[in-house]
Structures are given as C-alpha cells and as structure tokens.
Design a protein around this ligand. Structure first.
Ligand code: FRU
Length: 495
C-alpha cells in the first residue's frame, strides 16, 4: 500500500473544497467534497452515525481512478463530509476501488468490502476485478494484502473482468453472505452468492439470479434483503431496451419474490424499475436502528452525465434517502421522515379552482422545498395538470400529469440547461378508482424528486442550470381544484 496517494487526495480535497461555497451545492443532498461522485458505497450505521461512502474522483468533475469519498450523518439529511477513505494505492486496486459495502466487525471495527480493479498480468489490455477488504475505525482503513475473493473463485466460463460490487449481509446463523454481480459466458449479468464465517475465507454458493429474461445486459450493484414478508433483490441494469415498464439505458431495478437460503436462489415474482425519472442508479439499502429499510441512490444517469455547469467544481449527487416498503407486490418509496424536522414556512392552498390557466403561487417559491399537492377533478373536463418549479424568465422544470393518456411525467427541457440531453420522461400511471391525483415533490437546487400517490411511482431528475429561478406555478388544461401544502427546507447552507 502506498499511503501517499490517499494523503494526496485528502490534502487536495481539503484545499479545494474551500473554493466551493455552500450556495453552490444543494442544501441537503449529498455532493462530493470536490470533483466527481458516482455510486453510494458502504451505506451503514456505525458508532451512532450513518456512514455513506461514495465512488469518488477528487481531481476532476469526470469519472477517473476511483477513490472512496466519505460522509456521516445523524439523521440522513444533514451530512458532514469526511476525508477520503480509500484510494487506488495497492496492487489489488491500482486501477480503482470500485463499489462495495461496509459492516461492523465483531470487535467493533468497520470493514469495507469493495472491488479492487487491476491489470490482468496475462493480458495487459484487460482488467481483473476482485473483492478486497479494508478494516478501520470509521475514518482510517487498512487494506488487507490478500484479496478475499479473487478470479479463481468465479464460476467456470464466467467473466473475470466483470465481477464486482460486493454487498455483504449476515444471516440468522451468523454466516456472512456476499452478493456480487458478474457476467455470464453468454454476456448477460448475474448475481453470485458466496458464504463466509470470518469475512476473509469465502466459498462460492450459487448463481442467485441470472439475466435469462433479457433485462439489459450486465447488471451492477446488487442488494438482497427481506421486506414486508418478501425477498427483495435490487440491482442496476445496463443497456436496457425500452418497454412499457422499463426505460432505456441504465436503470435501478427492484425484483420482488422469494429467496431459497439453502440453495441461494432467488425466485422472481414481480419486477419494477426503482425510479422512472431521468436520474437514479446504483441504489443501496440499509436497515436503520429503528427498523426502517432505507434506500439511497446516485441521482444521475451514466448516459446523460457529461454536462457541467460553467466553472463546476463538483459533479454528482445522492438522492434523498427513501424509506421503502412492499405493498401488494409493489415497491413504495417516501423521503425519510427526518426531513420533516427541517421544514419551515408552511404555506397552504385550499380549494384553488383553476380553469385553462397558469397560476403563479409566489408564497410557495423556493429552491429547496417539500410540497404535497392534490388535484381534484370536479367535472369531466380535465386533461392536463402541471407544476413548474425553479421558474424564472421562461425557464422552469416541470412535473405533469396527462389525464387523457394517463401518464405521469417530468421535464427539464426548459430548465435553462445549455445542452440538448435527454430531458423528459413519462410513464403510464393510473389514478386509483375513486382517488385524486396526489404527489409529493422534493426540490433541492439541483434536483427534483417526485413521489406519486403513496410512493408507488418515483421519478427523479438532476438539474444543472446556470440561472436558478425559484418561482412555482400550477397549470391546468380543463378545470380542477388544487389543494397544496409546501414547506421550505431549512439548512445550514441557506445563507
Ligand atoms: C455502477 C458502477 C459499478 C462500479 C462503479 C465504478 O455505477 O459501474 O458497477 O463498481 O460504478 O465507479
């Protein structure tokens, strides 16, 4: 190990972060200290705090040799940025410390289990991915020399170049089970399970699930847990072909079913895209000390993450942590309840009747908001509802519902971004019989996250516009009555 590489990163980030003012970051969404952030890693609760690590390249706002950045929080809303935890400084991970997980060891240390990427000695044009262990006190970590799972433990014929993103859980017998993704000989993704008693010696168990159903090609970032009586396997899929239920490209996926703990086989019953917006990937979950399953994802999308604001010194952000549930075979998401204690300046609108008009609501203006809206149809003439957010001089981000085609949508095409990226997504969403359209929206300077109904549909998008407005307005084609409650989110980056 060459500590110089980590020391250099730590010095660099502590100097460079001074050039980023609080105003240049979201108020409560986690961003890197400086440079680039992708996947959440090592999400855990350790020594009384939530720890979140992340894929990190401090030296530019683009992906590069992967480090692990680090942040802690007592409530999942306010994050303190800590020194980088890992750097690509050992022979196992010279090409990068890729995604992984964290868990507390028996003697009270924190173990990081991550993918080390290095050149394949037999073919220098190719990389090998192996699983590595580093142990520390929650700030400083010592890497073990020996990888814990290397290429010799990949099932015969499967890829040794695509073998990554370990997630370790402990089962009721005290055994550790490690889930990692891999590419089968036919090029498709699969999730593998390994078993260990001590985090160091691992035995291959089985292929938990293989991509026999053609959901993209390679899979990434697996997670397996039980929730509301169901087994849930989450992963993120690459190269997905668009269909009614899935968007194209890179998407977070939730499979609901059963898990055979002896055979280590997952039996899929339902499958759902985690978030139908533009930007959400590589989610990880944990169990909070009070028994909630909490998920956090990277609020970006690989295919559309090359745009930077002028002079940007950071890029990439995390979603708001979300409480998840399974109800009637559907994944339900809501922002963690901790956000409620950051609410201030409550504003209410009751029974606002609108007819073919756009109605600015200046009392609800803001750039970091928690808004709940219900739209009541009071006769049959209602075809389209929208909320414009971050509005200024004709620029805005939009959340909408199309009653005719029963589609929910988000749109940043007029948000003032100076690049023609994929800017809009919509998907089929039916309002339940006898119910009204209800949605909760969280905005935070550089993002919009929408939770429809009870949270059975989530749609998120990041926004890197140069002219941030704060206006909010409602718009209706036809007639409807609007009820809304909004709060500003307070934070220490308000000033
Ligand atoms: C997912 C991913 C992981 C990998 C990491 C590299 O976004 O591609 O599979 O470990 O990012 O930064």
């Amino acid at each position: 190990m060459n500590n110089k590489i980590l020391t250099k990163a730590r010095i660099f980030e502590s100097e460079q972060e001074k050039n980023i003012t609080d105003k240049q970051r979201p108020l409560f969404h986690l961003t890197p200290r400086v440079g680039w952030m992708n996947d959440p890693n090592g999400f855990c609760f350790y020594n009384g705090k939530y720890h979140l690590f992340y894929q990190y390249h401090p030296y530019s706002c683009f992906w590069g040799p992967m480090h692990w950045g680090h942040a802690i929080s007592s409530d999942l809303i306010h994050w303190d940025l800590l020194p980088a935890a890992l750097a690509p400084d050992s022979k196992n991970d010279k090409e990068g410390c890729f995604s992984g997980c964290a868990l507390e060891t028996e003697d009270g240390n924190l173990a990081l289990i991550y993918t080390g990427v290095h050149k394949n000695k037999k073919d220098k044009n190719k990389n090998l991915q192996i699983q590595c262990l580093a142990i520390g006190d929650g700030i400083n970590f010592k890497k073990e020399r020996k990888p814990v799972i290397d290429d010799s433990q990949v099932p015969f014929g499967c890829s040794i170049e695509d073998f990554r993103d370990p997630k370790v859980v402990q089962n009721d017998n005290g055994d550790f089970i490690l889930y990692a993704v891999n590419r089968n000989a036919d090029g498709n993704g699969q999730v593998l399970a390994y078993k260990s008693k001590n985090l160091r010696d691992w035995e291959f168990c089985n292929v938990v699930l293989k991509n026999y159903f053609g959901l993209g090609r390679m899979w990434e970032c697996p997670d397996l847990f039980y929730l509301d009586g169901k087994a849930v396997l989450m992963m993120s899929a690459q190269e997905v072909l668009q269909s009614d239920n899935f968007d194209s490209g890179n998407i977070g996926v939730c499979l609901i079913g059963q898990y055979d703990e002896h055979e280590h086989k997952f039996i899929k019953q339902k499958i759902q895209q985690v978030d139908r917006g533009l930007d959400f990937y590589a989610q990880q979950t944990i169990m909070s000390p009070d028994g909630r399953r909490i998920m956090i994802g990277w609020l970006q999308n690989w295919d559309i993450c090359n745009y930077r604001e002028k002079g940007a010194r950071w890029f990439g952000q995390m979603s708001i942590p979300r409480e998840i549930k399974i109800k009637d075979g559907v994944l339900i998401q809501q922002p963690v309840r901790e956000i409620e204690s950051y609410r201030q300046n409550k504003q209410e609108i009751n029974g606002l009747k609108l007819e073919n008009e756009k109605c600015p609501v200046p009392q609800m203006n803001g750039t970091s908001l928690d808004i709940t809206v219900t739209v009541k149809k009071y006769d049959t003439d209602l075809s389209y509802f929208y909320i414009n957010l971050f509005e200024k001089d004709g620029h805005y981000a939009r959340v909408y519902y199309d009653y005719k085609f029963e589609k929910a949508g988000i749109d940043r095409s007029r948000a003032g971004l100076k690049a023609a990226l994929l800017h809009e997504r919509s998907c089929s969403y039916k309002i339940k019989e006898g119910e009204e359209l209800k949605l909760r929206i969280i905005t935070d300077r550089n993002s919009v996250e929408v939770f429809w109904g009870e949270g059975e549909l989530a749609m998120s998008m990041s926004i890197y516009d140069e002219e941030k407005g704060s206006g909010l307005s409602f718009g209706i084609s036809g007639r409807a009555e609007i009820n809304a409650v909004s709060y500003e989110i307070k934070g220490d980056r308000n000033e």
